[in-house]
Design a binder for this molecule. Structure first.
Ligand code: PMP
Length: 286
């Protein structure tokens, strides 16, 4: 079955789906994106993802180029046409195509909208969760507005590649004071020896992960002691458990940070319980 993607109002065979070379996304990374999980053919937490998309656009002085209902129809249509049962739907919106100039394009320039979808390898994801993954720490060299889901991901790309080259699955980025901000494409969590669940507080240094929000709520419902604050690499390495969250990874246990095994070097029980709870919530409410 051939893949279909949406580009500026049209559903197009994926190999031919294209954007102009003077699109500002291509020229300047002048755009934002969203990634929403699909479970059993339905989108999970769609409205939270669209809220974040609208906010990211607003922070960059753009507004939604189509209404929320129209966008929702497009997302469903792309999922349907690609027969995605468990996977991802990806949205990208840019300031449009215009002669290359750092200044914003003339008023009335149409924004570009792309939607595509793909299957997730659930078996591989379950294997990662069952075995746990390794993380490599690297300096966080990103800009001052990491709360915006900008397509400008070069520091994240370099960090993820460096982690992979070192045999790790994810990079945990570290601020100038030695505190973990987040992963290259995920939020970072630990459970300390006192059983406190800790993840960094929201501000302009991290992306407000939608999965992070869901997991915070689930943890609260389970009566876990949750704290939103920064933690150092040393505190993470001394923790009883560590894990990462993202729409593409759910809750994935971390068993090693640089050369240090976390806890007994096996996925932690709190992480695995939260993963199960997340998957249950996703399947129930999608
Ligand atoms: N932080 C960064 C830098 C990310 O790229 C992502 C994934 N988009 C996340 C956190 C997790 O966000 P979410 O739970 O919404 O997928």
């Amino acid at each position: 079955m051939s893949r279909i993607s949406y580009v500026n109002g049209r559903y197009i065979p994926h190999p031919e789906a294209a954007i102009h070379i003077e699109d500002r996304g291509y020229q300047f990374a002048d755009g934002v994106y969203e990634i929403c999980g699909v479970f059993e053919g339905r989108l999970f937490d769609e409205s939270a993802h669209i809220d974040r998309l609208e906010r990211s656009l607003g922070e960059l002085r753009m507004s939604m180029p189509l209404g929320r209902c129209a966008l929702s129809v497009v997302l469903r249509e792309v999922v349907r046409r690609n027969r995605i049962r468990d996977g991802i739907v990806y949205i990208q919106m840019t300031r449009g195509t215009a002669p290359r100039n750092h200044l914003f394009p003339p008023a009335g320039t149409s924004m570009s909208v792309v939607v595509m979808a793909w299957r997730q390898d659930m078996e591989k994801m379950e294997e990662n969760a069952a075995n746990g993954v390794k993380v490599k720490t690297l300096p966080d060299i990103r800009w001052g507005r990491c709360d915006i889901k900008s397509t400008s991901l070069l520091p994240n790309v370099l960090a993820k590649q460096a982690a992979s080259d070192a045999g790790a699955y994810e990079a945990w980025l570290v601020d100038e004071n030695g505190f973990v901000t987040e992963g290259s494409s995920s939020n970072a969590w630990i459970v300390n020896k006192q059983g406190q669940l800790i993840t960094r507080q929201l501000n302009e240094q991290i992306l407000p992960g939608i999965t992070r929000g869901v997991v915070l709520e689930l943890a609260g419902n389970y009566g876990l002691d949750v704290t939103e604050r920064a933690f150092s690499v040393k505190e993470a390495q001394d923790a009883q458990e560590a894990f990462m969250t993202a729409a593409t990874a759910f809750v994935t246990p971390v068993i090693q940070i640089d050369d240090k095994l976390i806890g007994n070097g096996r996925p932690g029980s709190i992480a695995l319980d939260l993963r199960k709870a997340y998957q249950k919530a996703a399947r129930a409410t999608a």
